[in-house]
Design a protein around this ligand. Structure first.
Ligand SMILES: Cc1cc2nc3c(=O)[nH]c(=O)nc-3n(C[C@H](O)[C@H](O)[C@H](O)COP(=O)(O)OP(=O)(O)OC[C@H]3O[C@@H](n4cnc5c(N)ncnc54)[C@H](O)[C@@H]3O)c2cc1C
Ligand code: SF4
Length: 338
């Protein structure tokens, strides 16, 4: 049995109190929300913080409010995000959140924790003894990358489902620390670096996700994973389009998950804006996405096949946004991949 290392546990009741504790404890302290990612990681000794600052009792992080769009507290569970009536117009987010892990994990796991999820790699998500047997790797305790031995940076994979969906919806995020409040586009939170993957400053707490109004927009999220019941994504495709009443695209966003150390935004506006979602236009976008995706050999399933199906999944997403009935394809792709 893998045991947790020893740590002090603090349970503040407000964001300000949590920020004070973080500032006083310094880099040895870590935030924990649902703990569904951090606690298994601590058991594998990926992280061994001396203090855990729990956000579970911070009620202020569990609020939902309407402003010019929708504001979601970072402490909302993924189940709450899926069940909340006001998230209905943001279909891509709901679909992404509903496909994270299992019902039990979604009841514990939070939106903030999902957005700050550690990057993943076959050579890293192993127990301490396994990692020691290969002399560790650059991401923790070692100095080589086993995926690309000449690589100067870690290529671990961004595996959050909700980040691509929220970026495609134009979301922004708010942080709070003892230095004050900061707001930035969610896309700018991520860095293409498997170790230093977040542009989160020391002591900052993710407090809110701000979604803009989305009249005229339609969004969707398609996920590839080995087991349809639960699994981290080996590909996530988040697409959102704004169309005029005659179906002409006015704006569009496409973001890929699990093919890079950060959610990968594909610049599709030049191809899509001013056009209708005709088959040949969809094929162009699919081809572009497939060429831009550079999956590495550090997650489940065959590398070349994973790159190839990027185009297929982008096609499914765009055809669904065009109004095609894609339910049979969804069912087929959600089944186990053998
Ligand atoms: C079996 C299994 C399957 C899983 N499958 C998936 C999957 O398919 N897709 C997926 O996306 N995830 C998956 N996960 C990972 C995890 O369950 C989810 O990502 C979950 O949403 C994490 O949220 P949490 O609140 O539990 O995060 P925690 O584990 O509490 O925290 C995760 C990280 O975020 C930081 N953090 C948490 N809240 C904040 C905040 N407010 N501000 C700043 N930093 C913060 C923590 O310090 C930590 O570094 C899986 C996990 C397991 C165990
Ligand atoms: S990509 Fe390389 S450095 Fe990063 S976790 Fe995997 S093996 Fe380690």
């Amino acid at each position: 049995m893998m045991r947790l290392p020893w740590f002090d546990y603090r349970a503040p009741r407000s964001v300000a109190e949590a920020a004070k504790i973080l500032a006083a404890e310094g880099p040895q302290a870590m935030l924990v929300a649902g703990g569904t990612d951090l606690l298994p990681n601590m058991k594998r000794r990926h992280q061994s913080p001396s203090t855990l600052v729990s956000l579970r009792q911070v009620e202020g992080l569990k609020k939902i409010s309407n402003g010019s769009g929708l504001t979601l507290g970072a402490g909302l569970t993924l189940t709450a995000v899926v069940q909340e009536a006001r998230t209905q117009p943001y279909r891509g987010l709901r679909q992404a959140a509903a496909q994270v892990a299992t019902p039990h994990l979604r009841n514990m796991g939070t939106l903030g924790g999902n957005l700050c999820l550690d990057t993943r790699c076959t050579y890293y998500n192993q127990n301490y003894e396994w990692r020691k047997a290969i002399d560790f790797c650059m991401k923790a305790d070692g100095d080589i990358c086993w995926v690309a031995t000449a690589s100067k940076r870690c290529l671990a994979v961004s595996s959050t489902d909700t980040a691509p969906a929220l970026i495609s919806l134009g979301a922004r995020v708010k942080f709070f620390s003892t230095a004050g409040e900061r707001e930035l586009p969610l896309a700018d939170l991520y860095k293409n670096d498997g170790i230093d993957y977040l542009a989160r400053k020391p002591g900052e707490i993710l407090t809110e996700v701000l979604l803009p109004k989305n009249e005229g927009w339609k969004s969707t999220y398609w996920k590839l994973r080995r087991r349809g019941s639960f699994d981290f994504p080996v590909l996530g495709v988040a697409a959102a389009v704004k169309t005029s009443p005659d179906g002409t695209v006015e704006d569009a966003r496409l973001v890929l998950g699990a093919v890079s150390s950060h959610p990968l935004t594909i610049d599709v506006q030049k191809i899509l804006v001013g056009k209708k979602l005709a088959d040949e236009i969809i094929e162009k976008v699919a081809g572009l996405a497939e060429s831009r995706a550079k999956p590495m050999d550090n997650t489940d399933l065959d590398l070349r096949w994973r790159k190839h199906v990027v185009g297929d999944f982008v096609g499914y997403a765009l055809r669904e946004l065009r109004g095609d009935d894609m339910s049979a394809t969804r069912l087929r792709t959600a089944r186990q991949v053998l």
